[in-house]
Design a protein around this ligand. Structure first.
Ligand SMILES: [Zn+2]
Length: 445
């Protein structure tokens, strides 16, 4: 008899295998250690294939789907949520966020902010995050403790970063420590993250490329977020940001580009050839008024496009299902085309395509035997989730990111019946609130 560590009976199941978004009824997912061992109809398990499980969950009146993937965020910036909303982009960045970061961001800030964000991720069904910030060794520690899967990108810039003062000029010390500690980790992937083409010189970017290729790490960077970024790049280098990064070697090994709001057809051709992973951040792009990424063109070129929330200072939440809703509607609006991005497209971007953008599609992003057990259960018995004609539509357009009951990552239960098992939710929120007066006093707008 087959014995699973954990078995989950799913009233409704979307596996996303092969990108398919059709719904299977009354299935069982058997989990052994951290991986999906088998998926089979409940009725078949009663007759043909005898099994039992050490732990059993019936996801009654719930839809089970892969854990959501957030391909671009700055988790610790959750402490800046609502601090400087509705400002011009340059005021937002140079008068609020950067001054607050230079005065307030230290290891403790990052720890407290990351814990708050990890709590929100778990409660909203995110099991994989790709983060870019400072003190990423702390981010990695906190995400590992919370039980999430993560790509953790230590940010590199020309200007002194908040963690530089502790590094004695050794910009790569934190990354070296992370390579050492997480080299064989199945859940944490260190990453080199030069911040953006406009905050990094050629030399800074080349040094990042060299480090990434020496340690076989992925590289991530904000790219073509705003129109002025591209026009400045043309003025200074006679190249778009993408062309410049290509010529500097960024695209010759695994890499993730965040935003790509203003990429040209030539840029897209370069990106397709280089297997660029793209993080599409519609809510941040809309809130900062920078534009809409050309989703259809990117997908048509074969590029993996995932969804990112960006930081909570420009979104202001970390819900990937809400992002999926906005993602589809922004495409329909900007293209004047109601099928420019469908609910199924958005759900794929939130799961398997997000995993592919991060180079993690062999291990997560869909529910298939052999992959790690990263999955979530969402209540479909609430009024806004009835009737059950179309599950991708319900999840993307109706759920508003709510109703997450159970979250399992790497075979471990992180959320059970709405209760987070790996974090003390009350304590995490109280610690974050205690930071508010300190942050408020540090900005100039
Ligand atoms: Zn960002």
């Amino acid at each position: 008899m087959k014995v699973f560590d954990l078995a989950l009976r799913c009233d409704f199941l979307l596996t996303l295998e092969g990108g398919k978004t059709d719904c299977l009824r009354d299935q069982v997912i058997g989990i052994s250690q951290s991986k999906i061992d088998a998926i089979f109809p409940w009725a078949e398990g009663l007759t043909k294939t005898p099994w039992r499980a050490k732990e059993f969950i019936h996801a009654k009146d719930q839809v089970v789907l892969p854990g959501l993937v957030n391909t671009h965020t700055h988790l610790a910036m959750s402490l800046f949520r609502g601090l400087a909303d509705d400002l011009p982009f340059n005021d937002w960045l140079y008068k609020a966020i950067l001054p607050a970061e230079s005065k307030r961001v230290d290891a403790e800030f990052v720890r407290v902010g990351t814990r708050l964000a990890a709590l929100e991720c778990i409660q909203s069904g995110v099991t994989t995050v790709c983060d870019m910030y400072y003190f990423e060794n702390i981010v990695a520690e906190e995400l590992e403790r919370a039980g999430l899967r993560a790509v953790v990108g230590e940010a590199i810039t020309d200007f002194p970063a908040p963690d530089d003062k502790l590094l004695n000029g050794e910009k790569y010390k934190i990354l070296e420590q992370m390579v050492e500690r997480y080299g064989s980790s199945q859940t944490i992937t260190p990453c080199v993250a030069p911040h953006a083409p406009y905050t990094c010189s050629d030399e800074t970017i080349q040094a990042a490329v060299k480090f990434a290729s020496r340690h076989q790490l992925p590289l991530m960077i904000h790219v073509a977020e705003t129109l002025p970024e591209n026009s400045e790049s043309m003025k200074k280098y006679s190249k778009t940001s993408v062309q410049r990064l290509h010529d500097l070697g960024v695209m010759s090994s695994p890499h993730i580009f965040a935003h790509c709001t203003h990429v040209t057809d030539e840029d897209i051709a370069l990106m397709a050839r280089a297997h660029t992973g793209v993080a599409y951040n519609p809510e941040s792009n809309m809130k900062l008024g920078v534009g809409a990424a050309p989703f259809s063109k990117l997908v048509k070129a074969g590029i993996a496009v995932g969804l990112g929330t960006d930081g909570a200072a420009s979104n202001n939440d970390l819900s990937i299902l809400r992002e999926a809703d906005t993602a589809a509607k922004l495409q329909k609006l900007s293209q004047s085309n109601s099928i420019a991005m469908t609910a199924s497209d958005a759900l794929r971007a939130a799961t398997i395509e997000g995993a592919r953008a991060l180079g993690l599609d062999k291990v997560t992003g869909s529910l298939e035997p052999g992959k790690f057990a990263d999955l979530i259960c969402i209540d479909v018995s609430t009024p806004q989730m009835i009737p059950h004609f179309d599950f991708p539509s319900l999840l993307v357009y109706s759920s508003a990111g709510a109703g997450v009951k159970t979250v399992i990552c790497h075979g471990k239960i992180l959320l059970e019946e709405g209760n987070v098992k790996t974090l003390d939710a009350k304590r995490v929120c109280a610690d974050a609130l205690a930071y508010q007066p300190l942050i408020q006093s540090s900005i100039t707008v």
